[in-house]
Design a protein around this ligand. Structure first.
Ligand code: HEM
Length: 247
């Protein structure tokens, strides 16, 4: 992940138009598969100063996939009319001040224990067992590698198991139902308790948030005729609105 900072100087008379232009540009940022988060802030002491902060999957992705788009070129051309200067436009490597969800959970060992136990339960579950009847015996390890990478661990799934594209392809055409999805989530949360995954409110809210998102995506991709965006990069999940309590 990379953080781009752009510092603008905007005359007071242009501030409204500048902010409006960024509200429109937010649609492009929102739909870019390479953009994780973005925000624009105005300086209290020097209201003509603005900082735009965008987190991208990588500098390379961002330059290739986004700046190159005609839509954003038009936007940059428009923005020039409102700003009297761009004082900085640089990319920064984030310095981790809090552990990743992967580290907090206990690393690879914790994820492998979680999914080995989970899929043993799945095999006995009347709703889920038929869905996983032909399961690859390495499936629990692969899903553990997937979640570890999404939660900030090593890029094992991308490098050895086919990355996001492969994960999506494994759900295509399975016609999963809400009953399957619901049971999968409930059983995984029960298994997290069973194997002793951290139970603090902050970790569990991020964990549950990802499970809600991930299972709804899996359900969506599994529907007949679903159009999967196979070229999307791996998702990257963080703490969200709450930070871990120091321990
Ligand atoms: C957060 C939600 C989910 C994640 C992260 C996830 C992850 C994965 C991954 C990484 C694979 C490919 C494994 C490999 O590379 O071999 C996979 C396959 C599969 N997933 Fe999911 N999945 C999710 C939700 C679901 C749900 C809700 C169901 C059904 C109830 C489901 C059913 C399957 C099945 C049947 C396969 C193929 C298993 C095999 O034959 O090896 N997934 N999933």
């Amino acid at each position: 992940m990379i953080i781009e900072y752009i510092r603008y100087r905007v005359p007071d008379a242009q501030a409204k138009a500048f902010e409006e232009a960024y509200r429109r540009a937010a649609v492009s940022l929102q739909t870019s598969p390479f953009c994780h988060t973005y925000d624009l802030a105005r300086c209290e002491e020097q209201p003509e100063s603005y900082i735009l902060r965008i987190t991208w999957t990588s500098t390379e992705d961002h330059l290739r996939g986004f700046r190159g788009s005609p839509q954003f070129k038009d936007f940059f051309a428009e923005i020039k009319d409102y700003v009297s200067g761009i004082e900085e436009m640089r990319h920064y490597q984030p310095v981790d001040l809090v552990p990743s969800l992967y580290e907090w959970a206990g690393g690879a060992e914790a994820f492998e224990k979680l999914f080995t136990t989970f899929y043993a339960h799945v095999a006995q579950d009347p709703i889920l067992a038929p869905v996983f009847a032909g399961m690859n015996p390495n499936h629990p390890k692969h899903v553990a590698a997937w979640l570890g990478e999404v939660f900030g661990g090593p890029k094992t799934y991308s490098q050895r198991h086919g990355g996001h594209r492969h994960m999506i392809s494994r759900h295509l055409g399975r016609a999963l139902t809400e009953t399957h999805r619901h049971r999968w989530v409930d059983l995984l949360i029960d298994t997290a308790d069973e194997v002793g995954l951290p139970a603090d409110a902050e970790f569990r809210s991020a964990f549950a948030g990802y499970l809600e998102w991930g299972t709804r995506m899996a359900l969506m991709f599994s529907q007949p005729g679903a159009e999967a965006t196979m070229s999307e990069p791996m998702p990257s999940w963080g703490w969200g609105e709450v930070r871990p309590w120091p321990r």
